[in-house]
Design a protein around this ligand. Structure first.
Ligand code: COA
Length: 253
């Protein structure tokens, strides 16, 4: 990691933590920052096939910070691990740029203890694309992809791919709110926007309202057609009774 990268890392941490008061505070007191620096060394050793040294540095980092990053994990620029304690990042995890993880996050395998030998050197941990935010205690399991700008709620369990720019919560995690692409690019502390978030319930009501309006219009159309038939054809019945099959299906939605 170059000096420039380190400065950028500090700046990006300050930009994403409302509690950070100065760069020196980040350098000296932020376990996430220490974990990332040490992972740089551990990963370099791992790539040179100095596997034991990589694991040794990783273990030292865990002891220092409470954050366990396997030396094989690939991490992009400006990862911010806030608080950090209890974070686990597995061997084949891949993390893009500007990703944020809170404490207690696991990027783990689905069932590492089952048929372990068959899993060696296989992709079994998640991929997080750029600008992803993962809330505290969330578990992201298996070789799933969390799309760019997506947010994972605190304590969610994610076992399927998550599309870009959406928020998922719960167990198993499900999408709560589609996110506007431009809005998602900007970082929001704790992954929580304050303003014009579309409300999912309002969306459902709006869809129902549109359908009711469309059905009313169609019924009026059918009634008008029925009345016209009544006026022109002898002995014709009135209104809805005149509907042909297509009209009846449309009226029933
Ligand atoms: C998921 C998250 C990003 C959503 O924030 P948001 O976009 O502001 O969404 P809202 O708070 O409006 O919630 C939308 C809905 O999801 C629910 N929800 C929010 N977060 C949830 C979570 N973690 N688990 C389950 N449901 C959640 C809300 O209750 C709400 O449901 P409702 O519409 O039925 O009332 C945020 O709640 C979160 O979990 N952030 C992580 C924060 C964190 O880890 N902080 C630690 C800092 S130390």
């Amino acid at each position: 990691m170059s000096f420039k990268d380190i400065r950028q890392e500090v700046a990006s941490t300050m930009a994403r933590d409302p509690a950070a008061r100065s760069g020196i505070e980040v350098v000296l007191l932020y376990p996430g920052f220490h974990a990332i620096l040490l992972h740089g060394a551990a990963h370099a050793a791992w790539r040179r096939d100095w596997r034991f040294l990589g694991r040794l540095i990783s273990q030292f980092a865990r002891w220092m910070t409470g954050i366990e990053v396997h030396p094989g994990a690939r991490i992009g620029r400006n990862l911010f691990i806030d608080h950090g304690m209890g974070v686990v990042i597995g061997e084949t995890a891949e993390i893009g740029d500007n990703v944020t993880l809170y404490h207690g996050v696991t990027l783990g395998g689905i069932a590492p203890a089952v048929e372990s030998a068959a899993q060696v050197d296989k992709k079994r941990h998640p991929t997080l694309e750029d600008d992803v935010i993962v809330g505290s205690g969330a578990q992201v399991l298996g070789p799933v992809t969390i799309g760019r700008g997506a947010r994972v709620g605190a304590n969610a369990v994610v076992v399927r791919d998550v599309p870009a720019n959406v928020t998922v919560t719960g167990i198993p995690a499900r999408m709560t709110v589609p996110r506007d692409r431009e809005e998602a690019r900007g970082f929001m502390a704790y992954g929580t926007p304050s303003g014009d978030q579309p409300d999912p319930l309002t969306g459902v009501i709006e869809t129902l309202r549109t359908q009711v309006v469309a059905l009313s219009a169609r019924l009026t159309e059918i009634e008008t057609a029925g009345e016209a038939k009544q006026r022109t054809g002898p002995g014709a019945a009135s209104g809805v009774g005149d509907m042909d099959d297509e009209d009846r299906n449309a009226a029933c939605g």
